[in-house]
Write a protein that binds this ligand. Structure first.
Ligand SMILES: *Cc1c(COP(=O)(O)O)cnc(C)c1O
Length: 364
C-alpha cells in the first residue's frame, strides 16, 4: 500500500552511527545487547534489527515473548533475549526457538530444565539478581547456585538493573551484582556475560560496563546521560501533511467544545494525526508543529485521528504542505525531549507509545 500522509521516517544510518559511536566509546571488549522492546521504541524492531546486528549487536532484547516471536520468525538466526519473566506456559516455545531467557527462581528453573531435557535441548538463560531496584531478580544465592547445577540449562549470563538514584546507590547495586557473580563462580561456573548498564549508565559510568551493556534510548538518539563523549543522532521524524486550511474570523472556534477560539483573523490547518497514532492528547492546546520552518501552536482538543494547528503566521502556507510533529529540535522542530517535557512524561514513553498506524518509512 502507498503510505498515507502521516509517517514515521526512520534513519537507519543514524541508528547504525549511534551503535558505532557507542561501541567506540565502550571499546571492543564490551558487548552490546541492543534493546528493541516496544517495537524498537516505536522505530520498528524487525526493520531495524538487521542494522543493529550488522553494527555489532550481540543480542536483541525484548521485554516479552510476544515481542520475541515475530523477530524470531523474521530472523531465525538472530540472538534474542527476553528481559522480563517469561510465563511458564511460554517456556517451551522459547526453548524451541533458542531464545535466551531471564530466570531468577529455582522453581521456574526446574520447570525449564525439565522442558529442555524432554526436548533434548539446553535452554540458555541469564540469572537476574535483586540488587535494590526491587522489581525482578533474587538475592537468594543458594537458589541461584542450585540453578547452576541443572543439566539442561546453560547460565550464560548474570545481570541486574540500576535504579539510577545516585552514584552511591548505583555503586552499591553494582557491588551486590559482582559479589553474587563472584560467589557463584566459586562453584566453578563461568558467566560469559555480566551486565547492569542501560544507556545512561553505559555512557556515564565506565566501570559499570563490565563486559556487556543493554542500551535502548541512546541507540535511537536519545541523550539522557550527562557526558558529552557521545552525541547520538535522533533517528526518527514524525510527520504529516496539511489536509485542509480554513480562515476563521475572531470568535470562531475549533473542534470539540470549541475549546479554542480565534482571537484574531486566523488560518487554521487540519492535520490527519491524533492520539491513536501515539501523539499525546495532552499536547492539544500546548504543543506545536512545524510548517515551512515556523512553529505553529496546536489549538483545541486533540481528536483520536486528527488535530488542528494555527498556521496564521506561515507565509504562503498551502494544503498538502509537510508538517513536522517530532523532529531533531533544529529548524524550529519539536524534539522528543521537548515534547516529553510538554506532555509531562519521558522520552522513552513518547517513543514507545507511537502506534502501528503511521507508516514507517526507512531511509539510509
Ligand atoms: C528497557 C531496558 C533497558 C534499556 O533502557 P534505556 O534506558 O532505554 O537504555 C535496559 N535494561 C532493561 C532491563 C530494560 O528493561
Amino acid at each position: 500500500m502507498i503510505p498515507g500522509d502521516t509517517q514515521i521516517r526512520i534513519s537507519l544510518g543514524a541508528i547504525g552511527a549511534n551503535m558505532d559511536a557507542l561501541q567506540r566509546l565502550i571499546g571492543p571488549d564490551v558487548a552490546i545487547m541492543a534493546v528493541v522492546k516496544a517495537n524498537g521504541y516505536g522505530h520498528g524492531a524487525a526493520e531495524i534489527a538487521p542494522t543493529l546486528l550488522r553494527h555489532g549487536a550481540v543480542y536483541l532484547a525484548v521485554a516479552r515473548m510476544e515481542e520475541a516471536l515475530p523477530l524470531w520468525q523474521a530472523y531465525p538466526d538472530a540472538p534474542l533475549f527476553v528481559l522480563g519473566r517469561t510465563p511458564d506456559g511460554q517456556l517451551e516455545e522459547a526453548v524451541k526457538n533458542r531464545i535466551t531467557l531471564t530466570v531468577f527462581s529455582l522453581q521456574q528453573a526446574l520447570l525449564l530444565n525439565e522442558i529442555a531435557g524432554k526436548m533434548g535441548k539446553t535452554a540458555c538463560i541469564h540469572l537476574k539478581v535483586e540488587t535494590g531496584f526491587n522489581r525482578l531478580g533474587t538475592d537468594n544465592v543458594e537458589e541461584l547456585a542450585a540453578i547452576l547445577q541443572l543439566p539442561h540449562l546453560y547460565a550464560e549470563g548474570i545481570y541486574s538493573h540500576l535504579a539510577l538514584l545516585d552514584r552511591a546507590h548505583d555503586e552499591a547495586q553494582l557491588q551486590r551484582l559482582l559479589n553474587t557473580a563472584d560467589a557463584l563462580e566459586k562453584t566453578g561456573h563461568h558467566f560469559r556475560y555480566r551486565h547492569i548498564a542501560d544507556s545512561i549508565s553505559a555512557v556515564d559510568y565506565p566501570d559499570f560496563r563490565l563486559n556487556m551493556v543493554r542500551p535502548g534510548a541512546v541507540l535511537y538518539g536519545m541523550k539522557g546521560f550527562e557526558s558529552n563523549a557521545l552525541q547520538p543522532r535522533p533517528a526518527l521524524t514524525f510527520q504529516t501533511r496539511i489536509t485542509r486550511l480554513r480562515d476563521l474570523s475572531p470568535g470562531e472556534g475549533v473542534g470539540y467544545d470549541l475549546a479554542w477560539q480565534a482571537a484574531r483573523p486566523s488560518r487554521i490547518a487540519a492535520l490527519p494525526v491524533g492520539y491513536a497514532d501515539g501523539y499525546p492528547r495532552c499536547l492539544g492546546g500546548k504543543g506545536y508543529v512545524t510548517v515551512r520552518g515556523v512553529k505553529c501552536p496546536l489549538v483545541g482538543i486533540m481528536c483520536m485521528d486528527q488535530c488542528v494547528a494555527d498556521v496564521t503566521d506561515v507565509p504562503g502556507v498551502q494544503e498538502g504542505d509537510p508538517v513536522i510533529l517530532y523532529g531533531d529540535g533544529t529548524n524550529n522542530t519539536l524534539s522528543i525531549a521537548e515534547a516529553a517535557s510538554l506532555a509531562g512524561t519521558n522520552k522513552n514513553e513518547l517513543l514507545a507509545r507511537l502506534s502501528a498506524r503511521p507508516a514507517r518509512i526507512y531511509e539510509d
